[in-house]
Design a protein around this ligand. Structure first.
Ligand code: TZP
Ligand code: MG
Length: 229
């Protein structure tokens, strides 16, 4: 069975570090963001032991299911297979795509990070469900970002995808996106025959005083940018 149709407009990527989450409760932040209109959630946890990741993933998955929103796990493909969530997001240095597909089985979402045309085209031809393109703007959330490619870099990756027959592959951009620049990034990255499907956001929602309001504002900006004026 093919993976179901997904709305990538407002893609929340979580962060449990004190610098971003502060003393807030992650499950509560995720639920508030869903109330504000987040359309897909990725649980990203680079530091916790596996048993904590499994327990948190189960808890967050229960919440996203109430909102009928897909729940993905970053890196931990085995945990995604164990809890039966909707998919995973993997980077260029993580588990190979084919191995992730074998572990998860059919019908799951496998997103891949791409920061260059080469990475994007390789991921697309392997059969990635969607691409996370970036880093678009400077961010302090991820320390090892390879390069800041800007809207121009995103746009040229989109153009290359379209030119190679991957115009229908869903794409989001990531890195430094917030309510103030979401509309611009959606607009500025448009390339012939291909636009972004949404924006992926960490700190602008997780570190927000009001995650629901932050998500709502970003949703408004993305939807506004999708409607031609
Ligand atoms: N990949 C590229 S940038 C990034 C990831 C996971 C972090 C983006 O965080 P923020 O807070 O939305 O800038
Ligand atoms: Mg990774």
């Amino acid at each position: 069975m093919a993976a179901p149709k997904v709305d990538y407009s407002v893609y929340l990527v979580t962060d449990s570090t004190p610098a971003i989450l502060g003393d807030a409760d992650l499950a509560s932040v995720v639920e508030q963001s869903l109330q504000g209109g987040v359309t897909i959630v990725q649980y990203r946890d680079k530091h916790s032991p596996r048993d904590h990741v499994v327990a948190t993933a189960r808890k967050l998955h229960q919440i996203t299911q109430k909102y009928n929103v897909p729940f993905l796990i970053n890196d931990h493909v085995d945990v995604a297979a164990e809890i039966g969530c909707e998919g995973v997001h993997i980077g260029q240095d993580d588990m190979a795509f084919e191995e992730a597909k074998r572990l998860l089985g059919e019908g799951k979402i496998i997103g891949i990070t791409a920061s260059s045309k080469e990475e994007a085209l390789k991921a697309a031809s392997q059969g990635a469900t969607y691409l996370g393109i970036g880093t678009v703007y400077a961010t302090s959330t991820k320390k090892d970002t390879k390069s800041i490619i800007g809207p121009v870099g995103v746009s040229s990756i989109l153009a290359a995808l379209a030119a190679e027959g991957h115009g229908a592959l869903p794409t989001v951009c990531i890195g430094g996106v917030n309510a103030s620049n979401a509309r611009d990034v959606m607009r500025q990255t448009v390339s012939p025959r291909k636009t972004l499907d949404g924006v992926a956001v960490v700190s602008a929602i997780v570190a927000a005083r009001d995650p629901a309001a932050a998500a709502r504002e970003i949703q408004g900006a993305v939807i506004g940018a999708k409607i031609p004026e």
